[in-house]
Design a protein around this ligand. Structure first.
Ligand code: FHN
Length: 691
């Protein structure tokens, strides 16, 4: 064969392979769109954590804080834990009852732990005796549940843990299992065991819709193993939906894969809901009803039905699925508090489920009254306005929507009686006579022309310019809409289209009172936005002691960045001090007259964060000699309070100062009548404001 012919053959082969590869990639994408269709419609699933750990029900040798992790958290030797096999006899288990309870709650799919980290299998496995058939119960739970699901048109999936604390070939051992040798352990052999059992659970029980992997975080698991397992499963069932925990790229509890090659059909936020939607990403927030996944008889910290419905609505409004967990008892029944909540959710879903099922994320970043989902309809869009706070004014205002409204009615009104529509400042007003149809969340339907188009209020960023001791306001993102004009003011007056049109960053002196408003054409649109910044904004703060590594925000500069922390302790704004006082000195850069100040702090006693026992403030012109300015003492005995962001503020006769020293004294230890008795107490501080 001459060189030319050889080259031609190679080119043809490359082109053919390339075509085949792109065809396969295209097929896989099409497959994914097809297999995800029901899941995206479903929006609401039930997680079930059940196994040997349900027998101790969270208690071991007097400690009651355990659950499905009990073998590890209570450091139970294998032989002792295996005794539970003889005690697991869920005589009250009735798969049809479970499925009917789920269906009545509006659940569209169920995911049961076929095997959790402890390695115990709720199914009859050929590859181990550490399974349900070795218990007095001797019935295949997966079979009974799968059959019941099919009978009631419920999708079924299995949670399956990669990590396995029982199989001798799984590595690593628990660090406290010092007497359980890893000699002879062969992880590749464990991988074969894992594949064999995955094949059992997805081929022995009819059509299985979801594989929910977990326990993928240990060093022995890898993208290579994940790829082999993924290929193995896809060859067995191209339509089964697989979560991203088959692979190793999940970003912790936020649950979203942070790598383009990550395998899995959906992300898995755990015990949290993303701040915003994640366009183009399928995701499902899995959450407990109380504080444990597996049954814990002492855990009565149940979320209210209102909390659970809020979560369901919030998640759907961001385009995600809600996988709500139930931890059945060792007898095989759902805890009554779970049943009660599921009933309340079901009642709400029977009236309002069309605002959840088959919807997409709403078009708004935020609406003050609640959440929103949307569905495409002929000639336009149907918005489901999920109202948590029923307007006392009788008027529901929909800000920043450009579309023409067509009609509105209460979802609870079978006659769809039209509600009166009005407009002001570019907002749409819907008149709501009478009381809220639902005490938790009432749904107003708003049909609009075309695809929802939202004009969010302009987002300004601001930064301190030390050289000029001024602040610069600039748009957070370029304004791409030529019909949109932003007007602003820097003296606190309400901007109109007769004043400053924003064309470039605005430099203004401190204190600043910056306001902006959007005009669309000649119409004002949405609300006036803005921020007030004190003379202390951007100024340097020196800390006597650095905050704890875990709660250091952006360091001292967080204290004058104009952003006050929230009740979410991990919101990245707080400076946290464990056992130590907060002691900081603000440098105003020059001597100025001051007459008032604010110091923000957080109270969250369940997180051991308490009110300071004393706030002491001094001032100085030279940074050496300080004079007393303010002192506030608090009563450490009165520590019980709801979570709150507090601001100690005071005014005083004007003094000349360059340096102001703030000390917030830490109580030191948790109170004797606090669960953390004797543990180190925290002080959380944010945002110093001086005028
Ligand atoms: O360790 C497990 C835990 O027991 C539970 O199964 C949750 C549910 O998603 N997943 C792991 C913790 O992230």
């Amino acid at each position: 064969m001459n060189l030319k012919t050889g080259i031609i053959i190679i080119i043809v082969l490359l082109l053919t392979c390339g075509k085949l590869f792109s065809q396969e990639a295209a097929n896989n994408t099409n497959n994914k769109e097809n297999r995800m269709e029901w899941w995206r419609e479903a929006r609401f699933g039930m997680f079930i954590h059940w196994g040997l750990y349900s027998v101790p029900a969270g208690e071991w040798k007097g400690e009651t804080g355990h659950a499905e992790w009990i073998r590890t958290t209570a450091k139970i030797p294998l032989e002792e834990y295996d005794q539970l096999v003889g005690q697991f006899n869920p005589v009250k288990f009735n798969a049809e009852e479970w499925v009917k309870t789920a269906k009545d709650a509006g659940v569209k799919y169920m995911v049961l732990t076929s095997k959790h980290h402890d390695g115990f299998c709720l199914f009859d496995s050929k590859y181990t005796d550490f399974d349900i058939m070795s218990t007095p119960f001797k019935r295949d739970i997966l079979k009974e549940l799968a059959d019941a699901c099919r009978k009631y048109d419920m999708k079924i999936g299995w949670y399956h843990s990669i990590m396995d604390w029982h199989n001798p070939d799984y590595l690593p051992r628990r660090d406290w299992e010092t007497t359980r040798s890893a000699e002879g352990a062969d992880f590749n052999r464990y991988f074969e065991y894992l594949k064999n059992q995955v094949k059992e659970i997805i081929t022995n029980y009819g059509d299985i819709s979801v594989l929910w992997f977990d326990g993928e975080w240990e060093s022995t698991w890898s993208h290579e193993y994940a790829s082999k397992l993924y290929r193995f499963i896809r060859d067995l069932d191209p339509n089964i939906i697989i979560n991203n925990r088959i692979d190793v790229y999940r970003d912790g509890m936020a649950g979203i894969s942070k790598n383009a090659e990550a395998l899995g059909d959906f992300g898995t936020p755990e015990q949290e809901i993303p701040e915003t939607g994640l366009p183009g990403t399928d995701w499902e927030s899995c959450m407990t009803m109380n504080d444990h996944w597996g049954y814990n008889k002492a855990d009565n910290n149940w979320k209210s039905s209102k909390d659970l419905i809020y979560n369901l609505v919030d998640i759907a409004s961001k385009g995600g699925n809600y996988l709500l967990n139930v931890g059945p008892t060792a007898e095989g029944i759902f805890p009554q508090p779970s049943i009660d909540r599921l009933k309340t959710i079901g009642k709400w879903m029977r009236m309002n489920g069309t605002s959840i099922y088959g919807t997409q994320a709403g078009p708004f970043k935020k609406q003050s009254w609640g959440k929103c989902t949307q569905k495409e309809i002929a000639g336009g869009t149907r918005l489901f306005l999920q109202v948590f706070d029923w307007p006392k004014t009788g008027k529901l205002t929909i800000a920043s929507l450009i579309n023409e409204p067509v009609k509105a009615f209460l979802l609870s009104d079978p006659k769809e009686t039209p509600l009166t529509l009005g407009k002001h400042n570019g907002n749409i007003d819907i008149s709501l006579t009478g009381s809220a149809p639902d005490s938790i969340c009432s749904v107003v339907v708003l049909d609009i022309k075309g695809k929802a188009e939202v004009l969010d209020s302009p987002e300004f960023v601001y930064k301190y310019i030390p050289a000029s001791d001024k602040v610069e306001f600039s748009l957070a993102s370029e304004n791409k809409n030529p019909k949109l004009v932003i007007y602003y003011s820097t003296d606190g007056s309400v901007p109109t289209d007769k004043m400053n049109a924003y064309t470039k960053p605005v430099l203004t002196k401190l204190p600043a009172d910056f306001k902006a408003v959007v005009y669309f054409g000649n119409r004002r649109f949405g609300e006036v936005t803005g921020i007030k910044l004190p003379v202390s904004f951007g100024k340097t703060v020196t800390l006597k002691k650095e905050p704890a590594e875990k709660y250091k925000a952006l360091g001292a500069q967080s204290l004058t960045d104009g952003v006050l922390g929230s009740v979410r302790i991990a919101d990245g704004n707080w400076l946290g001090f464990e056992g130590d006082d907060f002691d900081a000195t603000l440098d105003m850069g020059k001597k100025i007259g001051i007459h008032s100040l604010i110091l923000g702090y957080l109270v969250s006693t369940k997180s051991w964060i308490f009110e300071p026992t004393e706030i002491n403030i001094e001032y100085s012109t030279d940074g050496k000699e300080f004079k007393p300015l303010l002192n506030k003492k608090f009563n450490p005995a009165i520590w019980k309070s709801a979570d709150a962001v507090r601001r100690y503020s005071d005014v005083f006769p004007e003094v000349n100062a360059r340096y102001i020293r703030f000390v917030a004294k830490n109580r030191g230890l948790c109170p004797a009548d606090h669960p953390g008795k004797g543990g180190k107490a925290w002080v959380f501080v944010d945002e110093i404001e001086v005028e």
